[in-house]
Write a protein that binds this ligand. Structure first.
Ligand SMILES: N[C@H](CCC[C@H](N)C(=O)O)C(=O)O
Length: 282
């Protein structure tokens, strides 16, 4: 099976081009675990399929390294946009991409024919408890809600970007309990479909520090949908402002995120190819 390994700020996936390759649906979860394995496979945070679509030039499917399928992936979308443009599946520099979480619009920024940076309009965040989903009384949004876990009192702000995010603000990002509380919150029973867990330190209204424990993948260098959720949460908590581009510092680099006055979330960042190859299926 031919693949391309790509990353967005160190959040790497094994990309398989289903315009050319054929995979069986029932094999996808196991294949994602196999290719992501750093010892017996290629090594990545998961697998992303670049698929034909009936409603857009291209469709993205995302599998975490535990084999679970997610409805969206910000770093993945930038790499899919780069892949589709450089492989000639799209001619314009702005085009739609279908995800399980809905349609998004990507714009590739190029030097010659090479895409170096991509802006994705991620659409509107979903804020209701049901949209996450999260158990509990129906609410229009969850902002700084008391959230006790493992005898620790936290405040939860919850945002869906098509996939679920629990955002917690901390005083010092270097003390954030990512590897201790991350895995516990990820699978907390209050989140029936589990949750991506983000810890954020506010530097200023235009600058955030960010760490993530991803649902289905654990600690990653970056999470694009998580960075979008962090900026939305920062604005909901009065730390940042709509209509201003916020720089989010992730372990693997920076993303520029804006929650516009019209309500859409714009994400801009790098997308890079690491290598191409052939994976010998078991
Ligand atoms: N772990 C996520 C999918 C990958 C998202 C992340 N890598 C990004 O860049 O948005 C989930 O299960 O919802």
């Amino acid at each position: 099976m031919k693949f391309t390994k790509m990353h967005g700020l160190g959040n790497s996936y094994i990309y398989v081009d289903l315009f050319k390759e054929t995979l069986e649906e029932e094999q996808l979860a196991r294949l994602a675990v196999e290719v992501a394995d750093k010892n017996k496979g290629i090594g990545s945070d998961g697998m992303i399929l670049v698929c034909p679509s009936n409603v857009a030039p291209v469709k993205m499917r995302v599998f975490n390294n535990d084999g679970s399928e997610a409805k969206n992936c910000g770093n993945g979308l930038r790499c899919v946009a780069k892949f589709a443009y450089e492989h000639g599946y799209v001619k314009d520099q702005t085009f739609q991409i279908e995800t399980l979480g809905g349609l998004v619009t990507a714009t590739v920024h190029t030097e010659g024919e090479r895409v170096h940076t991509v802006t994705v309009n991620m659409g509107k965040p979903r804020l209701t408890r049901e949209s996450l989903p999260m158990l509990g009384p129906s609410t229009d949004k969850i902002v700084a809600e008391p959230f006790e876990v493992a005898e620790t009192k936290l405040e939860l702000t919850a945002v869906s970007m098509g996939n679920p995010h629990g955002v917690f603000f901390v005083e010092d990002i270097n003390q954030a309990p990512v590897d201790t509380l991350g895995p516990i919150i990820e699978k907390d029973e209050r989140f029936p479909e589990w949750v991506n867990v983000e810890f954020v330190e506010v530097v200023s209204e235009l600058e955030l520090h960010f760490r993530v424990w991803e649902r289905g993948s654990g600690i990653t260098q970056a999470c694009g949908t998580g960075a979008c959720a962090a900026v939305v949460a920062s604005i909901l908590n009065g730390h940042s402002n709509k209509g201003e581009s916020v720089t989010v510092h992730l372990l693997g680099g920076d993303l520029e995120i804006e929650w516009t006055e019209s309500g859409d979330v714009l994400m801009t960042g790098a997308a890079e190819v690491i290598c191409e190859g052939v994976f010998e299926r078991k």
